[in-house]
Design a protein around this ligand. Structure first.
Ligand code: TXA
Ligand code: MG
Length: 342
């Protein structure tokens, strides 16, 4: 597959070009507040198929449908449940995807055989302008090749997708940095499927009830266990480096890395720690204890490790609560679930 790819600013002309391509059944990449996405008209099955081909994405992993107004919901969902209304009122537009009963107009290719659909109303002005100009609700996964870290800059999209789609809109780096929180309101209890900038506590406060944590979030699924959110079962965010997370203090971390110096390791550490870990090469991924800052940097830092070359990497461990839960969730996948308690 080789298509001529245009990388252009997300200005008025860029938005108009993106909207025209979407209406023609093409796919395009664009910035959102979370990560960059690849969009296709969610009602057009053959357009949606192109996303799977461009990403190399498994067919059984469903896509999120993006809207800019709740007035777009009829036809996309068969019901707008009360819990979804509460969450939408609290967090839309913003980095929250709500899994609801699927409506008849969503292309089968978006849903991977499920009778549900994930809907998100993003806040980023460029996505909103493209939805408005095209009139399309669009399916949009993250704009990485399947299995790679999600892209948070247009240059990272270019590195993965150049030659695979006709247009990438450059809207600068993404503010949130990790993908949207995914919550299901379909079962008996609301369930968090993927942690993000909107935390478990935020969801519980808005709903006034407990939200279940899907078991795949903080640990590896047991053999034979079924992921309710298909994306959770795949190897994900995997840089080419061989990462192990070390859980402990900076002093313990440094001692462990020094003891393994023969492996010629690099470190994935918190902001400001690089100098203390010399002479080992370091990539920093945000301030210790600051989930928002870590979220903004984690994917770029994983890509930066690859740009430095294949090697053994030891990573500092983020907290597992608040926004850091989202960072930990991505990092354990990047590390193939290798965590050592010091
Ligand atoms: O922030 C985001 O959500 C970004 C931007 C581009 O909007 N999109 C994104 O899409 O992260 P993607 O395809 O990379 O991740 C979608 C996740 C997957 O883990 C998928 O399995 C899950 O949402 N998902 C989608 N529809 C679902 C459904 N009906 N039931 C359960 N999980 C679903
Ligand atoms: Mg993704």
């Amino acid at each position: 597959m080789s298509i001529e790819t245009l990388l252009c600013p997300a200005d008025q002309a860029g938005v108009a070009r993106a909207a025209a391509l979407l209406r023609q059944g093409e796919i395009i990449a664009l910035p959102t507040e979370t990560v960059y996405g690849i969009a296709a008209d969610a009602r057009n099955g053959s357009a949606v198929k192109k996303i799977f081909a461009a990403k190399g994405r498994p067919q059984d992993n469903p896509l999120i449908v993006h809207i800019d107004d709740v007035g777009m919901l009829p036809g996309l969902v068969s019901e707008f449940p009360e819990r979804a209304r509460l969450l939408a009122a609290a967090f839309w537009p913003g980095p929250l995807t709500i899994i609801m009963p699927r409506g008849p107009e969503v292309a089968d290719e978006c849903c991977a055989g499920l009778d549900t659909v994930g809907i998100r109303m993003p806040s980023h002005p460029v996505v909103r302008q493209v939805i408005e100009a095209s009139g399309c609700a669009f399916a949009a996964p993250s704009a990485n090749r399947s299995g790679r870290p999600s892209p948070t800059t247009a240059q990272d999209v270019w590195a993965d997708m150049q030659g695979r789609l006709p247009l990438i809109l450059d809207g600068g780096p993404c503010a949130v940095g990790v993908e949207s929180t995914v919550v299901s309101v379909v079962g008996a209890k609301p369930t968090l499927f993927r942690p993000g900038h909107i935390t478990l506590e935020d969801l519980e406060r808005a709903l006034g009830e407990e939200v279940e944590l899907s078991p795949a979030i903080l640990e590896k699924l047991a053999e034979g266990e079924v992921a309710r959110s298909p994306g959770m079962k795949y190897k994900h965010y995997a840089p080419r480096a061989d990462i192990t997370i070390l859980e402990g203090t900076l002093e313990q971390f440094k001692a462990y890395v020094e003891a393994h110096a023969a492996q010629d390791p690099a470190c994935l550490c918190f902001a400001g720690e690089g100098a203390k870990l010399a002479p080992f090469p370091c990539v920093e991924y945000g301030r210790e204890g600051d989930g928002d800052d870590q979220a903004r940097h984690i994917f770029r830092s994983l890509r930066a490790l690859d740009e430095q070359g294949d090697r053994v990497v030891y990573a500092r461990c983020p907290r597992k609560d608040g926004v850091s839960m989202a960072v930990y969730n991505r990092l354990i996948r990047a590390a193939a679930f290798r965590v050592v308690a010091l």
